[in-house]
Design a protein around this ligand. Structure first.
Ligand SMILES: N[C@@H](CCC(=O)N[C@@H](CS)C(=O)NCC(=O)O)C(=O)O
Length: 302
């Protein structure tokens, strides 16, 4: 039995990687959630010692637990245990390239990581765009385009028809590009949309949207919206909207958790909210106060 120890879904990019390594490959698991920087997180560290960080995979067998920490070690352990799950591409050349891409995501892009910390619930276009972070973002997009052009012809993923560990390692970078409005080449945008619509990503994003607490250290602006979060004030102007889907503040429909459709957008006090169909959108437009899940998306954007 697998129990995956993770941190906050909004902020913990390494946890997202660990979780996708199980969820996206159909490997059943339990989730053990430890909010970061709390006594509960300290208790997790004592339990999983010498592991210090999330994700940590606990493998429970014959009543005993063993712990595997660090996302790359988790990837290799699961790939070895479940060859049938296809974590790495089958083709040798593709596999070598996929390993290189995943390892580079694991070891590099510090400027991007530091300037644009993962924050799934927010949109801060333009924030964190330093020379070094944009150079990292450029390298990432070059790697995606290279892998897709060389190995990706048969499907939407970096290595074609099957989602692989390489996609897992770039998934949190995709959410950062969304949050911070990083300029993208068209190939990268298409790839990002595929990642954001992957059912496992939709599920994680929904979990992040439902979190109701904030860690100031991951929020680049003082959080005057904390109170708003619990009880956002109703918007004054709401209507259906026909603009560019990329203006939306959310990736998943606040009602269903399904991906947002380009023709199902609403604008509320200037904030574009997406829904999975026009029925969901119209419910919100008719009476925003009645839909707190959708109202929460306004927080921090007005
Ligand atoms: N190299 C590790 C990085 C893990 C990591 O930095 N996890 C962060 C959360 S995203 C953490 O546990 N932070 C808590 C702490 O440092 O106390 C991996 O690949 O899993």
């Amino acid at each position: 039995m697998y129990r995956l120890h993770i941190g906050d879904k909004s902020y913990s990019s390494w946890s997202l990687r660990g979780w996708l390594l199980l969820e996206a490959f159909g490997l059943p698991h339990e989730e053990a959630f430890h909010p970061m920087y709390t006594p509960e997180f300290e208790a997790f560290k004592r339990q999983a010692a010498p592991a210090l960080k999330v994700p940590t995979l606990e493998i429970v067998e014959n009543g005993a637990s063993r712990f595997v920490w660090d996302s790359l070690a988790i990837a290799e352990t699961l790939a070895e245990e479940h060859p049938e799950a296809g974590l790495w591409p089958e083709d040798k050349a593709a596999r070598a390239a996929a390993r290189s891409l995943a390892a580079e995501a694991h070891s590099s892009f510090a400027a991007l990581r530091n300037a644009m910390t993962m924050n799934i619930r927010r949109r801060y276009p333009g924030v964190g765009h330093t020379e070094q972070s944009l150079a990292d973002a450029g390298r990432v997009q070059m790697l995606w385009a290279w892998a897709r052009s060389r190995f990706g012809a048969e499907g939407p993923w970096l290595f074609g028809a099957r989602f692989s560990v390489a996609d897992v390692f770039y998934a949190p970078i995709v959410t950062r590009f969304e949050t911070y409005g990083v300029p993208t080449i068209p190939e990268a945008r298409v790839y990002m949309d595929a990642v954001l619509a992957h059912p496992a990503m939709v599920k994680w994003i929904k979990g992040a949207m439902e979190e109701t607490w904030f860690h100031a250290r991951y929020e680049p602006f003082p959080e005057e919206n904390f109170a708003d979060w619990a009880d956002p004030r109703p918007p004054r102007n709401v209507e259906a909207w026909k603009g560019d889907v990329r203006a939306r503040v959310n990736l998943a429909c606040p009602f269903s958790g399904k991906p947002v459709k380009a023709d199902s957008l609403a604008i509320a006090d200037g904030v574009v909210i997406g829904f999975c169909n026009s029925g969901c959108r119209d419910k919100f437009v008719a009476d925003p106060k009645a839909w707190p899940q959708a109202m929460r998306l306004l927080v921090g954007h007005r």
